[in-house]
Design a protein around this ligand. Structure first.
Ligand SMILES: Nc1ncnc2c1ncn2[C@@H]1O[C@H](COP(=O)(O)OP(=O)(O)O)[C@@H](O)[C@H]1O
Ligand SMILES: [Mg+2]
Length: 236
């Protein structure tokens, strides 16, 4: 997109380091990974299996702790924030789509999408629930699931479950959407549909999207391609 270069960076990662320790062995997964993501752009993060794509995405999503480096949202550093401040920032700013959907099996599609809103609303949920339900229904309509509101995850196809997971990640209108192989467990057609949907939603809402993928065709449809190699991010 022509205007994306002028847009402010929603997400900045600077010199990220992450090492795992397993049975005395040291696995240095991230070794100075840096990148930024601007409003309205959909960037693909490619890299071999085991290169650290999920590790990086979890750090960017404030789901795990860095060893070194800094992650900032809209110019605001996060490293020194308390656990609760990180949780608030995550709820207000970041949508996360997990590879295996991670929908709650006992809840309907509509109730799954409402989970983050229930958490965010706290005591005001009972006053707000009519409005929140209407928003969730509208969003499920946008992702093409108007006639699946009452279905549980087990009653939905993989592509439909992924679309519920995307709706759940977007219901709080996050500035950044992080999606870990959102098309990875879908067949080609469902994968292409999910990608088109992400591209459309990002453009409409000016959301910054970072998705990990193995698939060169998916990466080619994105506005920018990043490669994770030897613990660092290289721009194509
Ligand atoms: N919690 C963990 N503890 C130890 N090693 C881990 C942990 N999570 C991931 N790893 C290892 O770190 C490497 C990178 O993993 P991951 O980020 O999942 O890669 P990718 O998503 O690119 O396939 C892999 O070798 C993996 O086995
Ligand atoms: Mg992964």
């Amino acid at each position: 997109m022509s205007d994306s270069a002028a847009a402010p960076a929603v997400l900045q990662a600077l010199d990220l380091h992450k090492t795992y320790f397993m049975g005395g062995a040291e696995l240095r997964v991230l070794r100075g990974a840096s990148m930024e993501l601007r409003a309205g752009e959909v960037a693909a993060l490619r890299g071999a299996s085991g290169s650290g794509k999920s590790t990086l995405l979890h750090l960017l999503g404030l789901l795990d702790r860095l060893d070194e480096g800094e992650v900032a949202f809209n110019g605001r550093p996060t490293r020194r924030l308390s656990q609760s401040a990180r949780a608030r920032l995550r709820a207000s700013t970041i949508g996360f789509v997990f590879q295996q959907f991670q929908l709650l099996p006992e809840l309907s599609a509509l109730e799954n999408v409402l989970v983050p809103r229930r958490l965010a609303c706290g005591m005001s949920w009972f006053r707000r629930r009519g409005l929140e339900r209407a928003n969730a229904r509208a969003l499920l309509g946008t992702v093409g699931l108007s006639d699946r509101l009452g279905h549980r995850p087990g009653q939905l196809s993989g592509g439909e479950q992924q679309r519920v997971a995307i709706a759940r990640a977007l219901i709080s209108r996050p500035a950044a959407l992080l999606a870990d192989e959102p098309t990875g467990s879908l067949d080609r057609k469902a994968g292409a549909e999910v990608l088109e949907l992400l591209l459309e939603l990002a453009q409409e809402n000016h959301t910054a999207v970072l998705l990990t993928t193995h698939d060169p065709e998916i990466a080619a449809r994105c506005s920018r391609v990043l490669h994770l190699e030897e613990g660092r991010v290289r721009q194509e």
